[in-house]
Design a protein around this ligand. Structure first.
Ligand code: SF4
Length: 471
C-alpha cells in the first residue's frame, strides 16, 4: 500500500470513529453528518451528486425507511465490524477500487470486475433436491493458495469485494477466516445455508471484521425443508439468531420460483426476516441450469412483472420497509444490463474454471493455467464485453434467460467448454429451456420499459470498441 493511501486510510478511519461516536450521542440528528463525510471521501465525481442530496434529505426524516435501516444497523451491528465494513466498502472498494478498476479497463482494454465470486468447495453438508452440490460431494475444492492467489490478483486489478458461493463455503470456514484476516482491505460475503455457524465462528467473524453473510432461505418452513431436508429451516433460523446475538452483518438469499413467488414477496415473509435481524435480501430469479433443471419453475411473465413493481414499492419510503432488496434480474436498469463476463463480476468454480456468471457454466480459462487478467482478455469474456448490453431494454438483460440466441451464438462462436460439474451441458439444451420464457416475457418487458421511467445509469460499456461507453 502506498504511503499516500495508508495516510488516507488512517485519517478516514480516525475520522469515521469520531463520527460514529458523535452519531451515538444523538443518532437521528447527527446521521446526516456521516453522509456528508461519505460525500467528501467517495463523492468527488465518482458518484452522482444527487445521490448524496437524496440521502441527506432522507436522513432528516426519522420515518424514512433508509434512515430506519441505518438506525437498525447502528443498533444491531457490532461497531468495529460496521466501521471496518464501511471503510473497506466505501474507501477501499468504492474510492480506490473504482478508480483502479476503471483505469485498468482502459489500460488492458478488457472488462475488469468490481466483484469476484468463487466457490471454495463444491461440497455441501445438506442434500437439497435438485442441487448439484448434493450429488457432487467433496470432489472439487480450491486450495488455500489458489484462493489467496484469486484475491491478490483481484486486488492488483482494483477488485476488493469477494463473494463466496458453492457448495457450502463454510465447510471451509477456517480458511475463509484466514482469507479475511489476510485481506483486511477487502469485504467478503458468504452465501451459506448457515448450518455451520456456531458461537466460536461468530467470535472469529467479529475479530476479522470484514465478513458478511447471505443465508439461503426458500420461503416457508414446509417449502424450505421439502427441498433442503427436514430441520434445515430451523437450523438456518438458529444461525440467524446466533448472528443477531453476536451483532454480525447478514442478509438472506432467496431463489424465487413459480411456486414460492407469492410467499417470498409477502409482508409475512419480509416482516419475519426483519424480526430476525436481516438487513438485505438478494432475490434470484430461478435459472434452469443443469440436467435436473425444471423450466416449469421459471417465474411467469406476470410474476416477473409483479417482482419489478414490488421491488420499487419496497424501495419507496412511503410504501417500503427498512430492508435492502436487490434482484439479479429486475435491477438491470441500475447497472446497465448484464454485469457478467467481468463487466462488474465473474465467477470461479471449485475446479478453478473462470465463468462469465454464476449461472453460465462455460469457460475457456482456468486459474491453474491462466491468470485472471488472461481470462478477462480471452475470447469468452471479450465476446461478453462486445455484446453488452445484450438488449437495450434492461428488463431483458440476460444472454441466457431473456436473449437465449445470444448465448448460443457466443458459446458456439468461441467453442467454450461446458464446466457443469455433473453432466456437460450443450448450449442448445440449456438455452432451449429459456426460449419459451424469453418469447413470452418480451412483450411484457417491452411494455413496462416503454411506460416507466428509468434511472440514468452511471456505468461503462465497451460495445463497438468503446464508442457507446457511458461514463
Ligand atoms: S449472464 Fe444473465 S444472470 Fe448472469 S449477470 Fe448476466 S444477466 Fe445476470
Amino acid at each position: 500500500m502506498s504511503i499516500k493511501k495508508k495516510a488516507i486510510t488512517a485519517s478516514a478511519s480516525a475520522a469515521l470513529g469520531g463520527i460514529l461516536k458523535y452519531i451515538d450521542r444523538e443518532p437521528e440528528k447527527n446521521l446526516v453528518k456521516i453522509i456528508e463525510y461519505a460525500e467528501k471521501i467517495v463523492g468527488k465525481g465518482l458518484f452522482p451528486a444527487e445521490n448524496f442530496t437524496r440521502m441527506k434529505a432522507g436522513a432528516s426524516d426519522p420515518d424514512n425507511i433508509y434512515t430506519r435501516l441505518v438506525m437498525n444497523m447502528l443498533r444491531d451491528v457490532d461497531r468495529d465490524l460496521l466501521k471496518h465494513m464501511f471503510l473497506s466498502l466505501a474507501l477501499e472498494a468504492g474510492y480506490f477500487g473504482t478508480k483502479e478498476v476503471r483505469a485498468n479497463r482502459e489500460k488492458y482494454n478488457c472488462n475488469i470486475p468490481f466483484i469476484l465470486l468463487f466457490d471454495p468447495t463444491s461440497a455441501c453438508n445438506l442434500k437439497c433436491k435438485g442441487c448439484w452440490a448434493a450429488e457432487y460431494g467433496h470432489r472439487q475444492s480450491l486450495s488455500m493458495e489458489e484462493m489467496r492467489s484469486i484475491v491478490s490478483q483481484g486486488k492488483a486489478l482494483g477488485t476488493h469485494v469477494y463473494m463466496l458461493t458453492g457448495g457450502e463455503p463454510l465447510i471451509r470456514k477456517d480458511d475463509v477466516i484466514r482469507l479475511c484476516e489476510e485481506n483486511p482491505d477487502c469485504v467478503f460475503m458468504a452465501y451459506t445455508n448457515g448450518t455451520l455457524i456456531d458461537d466460536a465462528f461468530c467470535r472469529e467473524v467479529l475479530r476479522v471484521g470484514n465478513l458478511a453473510f447471505a443465508l439461503s432461505i426458500e420461503g416457508t418452513e414446509a417449502s424450505n425443508d421439502f427441498r433442503r431436508g427436514e430441520g434445515a429451516y430451523e437450523r438456518t433460523m438458529q444461525a440467524m439468531a446466533l448472528l443477531k446475538k453476536y451483532k454480525c452483518f447478514y442478509g438472506i438469499s432467496v431463489c424465487y420460483t413459480r411456486k414460492n413467488f407469492d410467499y417470498v414477496i409477502s409482508d409475512e415473509f419480509t416482516d419475519k426476516m426483519l424480526d430476525c435481524g436481516v438487513k438485505y435480501a438478494w432475490y434470484f430469479n430461478y435459472m434452469p441450469v443443469g440436467h435436473t433443471a425444471d423450466p416449469e419453475l421459471i417465474p411467469t411473465p406476470a410474476q416477473r412483472k409483479a417482482m419489478y413493481f414490488w421491488l420499487r414499492k419496497m424501495r419507496r419510503s412511503e410504501t417500503g420497509k427498512p430492508l435492502m432488496v436487490i434482484d439479479f434480474q429486475d435491477d438491470g436498469e441500475y447497472v446497465g444490463g448484464c454485469i457478467a463476463g467481468g463487466r462488474n463480476y465473474f465467477h470461479i468454480n471449485s475446479s478453478g474454471d473462470m465463468e462469465p456468471c454464476v449461472f453460465i457454466h462455460y469457460s475457456d480459462a482456468n486459474i491453474r493455467t491462466h491468470t485472471l487478467l488472461q481470462a478477462l482478455q480471452n475470447p469468452l469474456f471479450m465476446e461478453y464485453r462486445k455484446g453488452q448490453p445484450f438488449n437495450d431494454n434492461h428488463l431483458r438483460p440476460c444472454p441466457m434467460l431473456e436473449n437465449p440466441e445470444k448465448l448460443r451464438e457466443i458459446i458456439k462462436k468461441i467453442g467454450a467448454r461446458s464446466t457443469d460439474l455433473i453432466v456437460e451441458e450443450d448450449v442448445d439444451t440449456l438455452c432451449g429451456r429459456c426460449d419459451a420464457f424469453a418469447y413470452e416475457w418480451q412483450p411484457v418487458a417491452d411494455e413496462i420499459w416503454r411506460t416507466t421511467t428509468h434511472p440514468k445509469t452511471h456505468t461503462q460499456y465497451y460495445r463497438d470498441g468503446g464508442k457507446s461507453k457511458i461514463q
